[in-house]
Design a protein around this ligand. Structure first.
Ligand SMILES: [Zn+2]
Ligand SMILES: [Zn+2]
Length: 133
């Protein structure tokens, strides 16, 4: 299928994906975007399968795309923090796979902060990793 081919060519941006707030999509979310734990994308942002890709430049604090507006999601601060944690996880997983290191070692040594946070927006990522252990 076309989906599979395009996935193979696209660089790995799974850790930049955020779930879009379903209530927001129905205009029913009562939380402002800086309080809701899901993304509230504006009209110019591309939504695919209920998810948006966060703007990497925006996370770094310097997205200049205005005309036309950026098609990536500019996350509020708490989602940026979440993405940075995801990014570190992602790198740790990648390094673990590359170096054939026990995953647990990498996770506990590099990111001790992560365990109390139960927010896991990428179940598919962890599921795809587990059979490799
Ligand atoms: Zn919401
Ligand atoms: Zn942007």
């Amino acid at each position: 299928m076309a989906m599979v081919n395009s996935l193979a060519n696209v660089k790995d941006s799974r850790w930049l994906q955020l779930e879009v707030c379903r209530e927001y999509q129905r205009n029913k979310c009562t939380r402002p975007d800086h309080e809701c734990k899901f993304a509230h994308p504006t009209n110019n942002v591309e939504v695919q399968n209920g998810r948006v890709i966060a703007c990497y430049d925006s996370i770094k604090g310097r997205c200049n795309r205005e005309k036309p507006p950026c098609k990536y999601f500019h996350p509020p601060q708490h989602l940026k923090d979440q993405l940075l944690i995801n990014g570190r996880n992602h790198l740790a997983l990648k390094n673990a796979l590359l170096q054939q290191m026990p995953l647990q070692t990498v996770l506990t040594s590099q990111i001790p902060m992560v365990s109390p946070i139960t927010f896991t927006p990428f179940p598919s990522l962890s599921q795809s990793i587990i059979p490799l252990l």
